[in-house]
Design a protein around this ligand. Structure first.
Ligand SMILES: Cc1cc2nc3c(=O)[nH]c(=O)nc-3n(C[C@H](O)[C@H](O)[C@H](O)COP(=O)(O)O)c2cc1C
Length: 375
């Protein structure tokens, strides 16, 4: 299959695979797709190590890096970014989270207090540091989400011959990205895991294609099979940007407890909630969300205050869930899209990539027969 995306990136399949695990990124790239590493959350030193490892695995085949740079978020005061962000978290919220963890008997954590690091990780300055590292490697694409790209990303991409991409959830977002000079748009529908808008992929993709002015558009959200990839191509997309499906891969680093919950889930078991990051993000529905929905629960705080508030709690929940703690298993959740209902087993990411491509080709051939174009 040859599309504007495969031509632009020099890949075999019109499939981009977004994941935080370097092993998934390398496997997708080596199977002929474009692996894209989620860089947010890594320190510059960690990112450098991960990209060095990927470089060693992929033998010059193309891969990308994704940065989450929120354009709108709570700002620090003049008394120093760290102290003033922390001071914006109300006592009521701290007491609520402590009470929630107590109710489910979640054991105390023994790690350092990293609330300030979470606040600092989501700033344009942190993104610049990660970009410095990324541009020091053989990346073919750099993507950003939650607003126009950070300062310098488009300029640096153009200078280095690196494709600059942006995720958009609505036509008005796409126009701002086009004005900022991005090369590739990713139309992400509400079905997607992670931060999403409210428009479905089926509706959003042709809207973005119509305004993209010839730039390639990838469809994202709700694509985890060859049939869905064929549908994305039929909508005018040049390929698919997939996130959730890799959480059903053997290489993904999520703990076995959440992977088991994913395998049991149906497509109705996700929720779009701001309780983890401060912005609406689709995730697996659990007792965590029921607690935040209760009368008297506080409203989630804006980004980055909410991740600062709940970051340590999630580290404790994940650790306890991985050890089989019953209360933690009730709360356990992670970002995932509606395609979670299609997960049947864990499989190698390369196998998932190959099957997406093969099933898509078969589906398109079937449609061609339907139209009388093939015998
Ligand atoms: C676990 C998870 C984390 C995500 N985190 C980010 C992120 O940090 N940056 C980003 O641009 N997109 C993020 N996304 C969205 C993906 O890039 C992608 O657009 C989305 O997963 C596509 O829809 P799908 O989940 O139905 O495949 C995340 C998605 C998932 C499932």
């Amino acid at each position: 299959m040859r599309t504007a995306f495969t031509d632009l990136l020099g890949v075999q399949h019109p499939i981009a695979g977004f994941n935080r695990s370097p092993a998934v990124v390398a496997a997708v790239t080596n199977a002929g797709g474009l692996g894209v590493l989620a860089a947010t959350g890594y320190s510059p030193r960690e990112l450098d190590a991960q990209l060095t490892w990927i470089d060693e695995q992929v033998g010059g085949r193309p891969y990308g890096v994704d940065l989450l740079v929120p354009e709108k978020q709570a700002q620090a005061g003049t008394d120093g970014i760290r102290a003033s962000l922390r001071a914006q978290i109300p006592d009521q919220h701290l007491a609520f989270v402590a009470g929630l963890l107590g109710k489910y008997g979640i054991p105390a954590g023994d790690g350092p207090d990293w609330m300030d690091e979470i606040g600092a990780a989501l700033t344009p300055a942190a993104a610049e540091g990660l970009l410095d590292v990324a541009f020091g490697h053989r990346i073919a694409l750099v993507a950003s989400a939650l607003g126009t790209p950070p300062p310098g990303m488009v300029r640096r991409g153009q200078a280095a011959g690196v494709v600059v991409a942006a995720l958009v959830g609505a036509p008005r977002h796409a126009q701002r990205q086009i004005d900022a000079g991005v090369d590739l748009l990713i139309a992400q529908g509400t079905e997607a895991g992670g931060h999403t808008g409210t428009i479905a992929t089926m509706v959003l993709t042709p809207e973005i294609v119509a305004m993209a002015g010839g730039r390639p558009v990838l469809a994202a959200g709700g694509i985890a099979s060859g049939q869905q990839l064929a549908a994305a191509l039929a909508l005018g997309a040049a390929g698919a940007w997939c996130g959730s499906v890799w959480l059903s891969s053997t290489e993904d680093v999520a703990n076995q407890a959440i992977k088991a919950k994913f395998l049991d889930a149906t497509s109705s078991d996700t929720v779009r909630s701001a309780t983890r990051t401060g912005k609406p993000a689709r995730q697996l529905r659990s007792a965590w969300h029921a607690e935040w929905d209760r009368a008297g629960a506080p409203e989630p705080l804006p980004m980055p205050l909410q991740p600062m508030l709940v970051g340590e709690a999630w580290q404790r929940i994940d650790a306890a869930a991985a050890a089989g703690h019953p209360g933690a298993l009730e709360l356990e959740s992670f970002f995932i899209g509606q395609v979670v209902g299609s997960f049947r087993e864990l499989r190698p990411a390369g196998e998932i990539t190959a099957q997406l491509a093969a099933d898509c080709e078969q589906q398109i051939a079937g449609l061609a027969r339907l139209a009388g174009l093939l015998g």
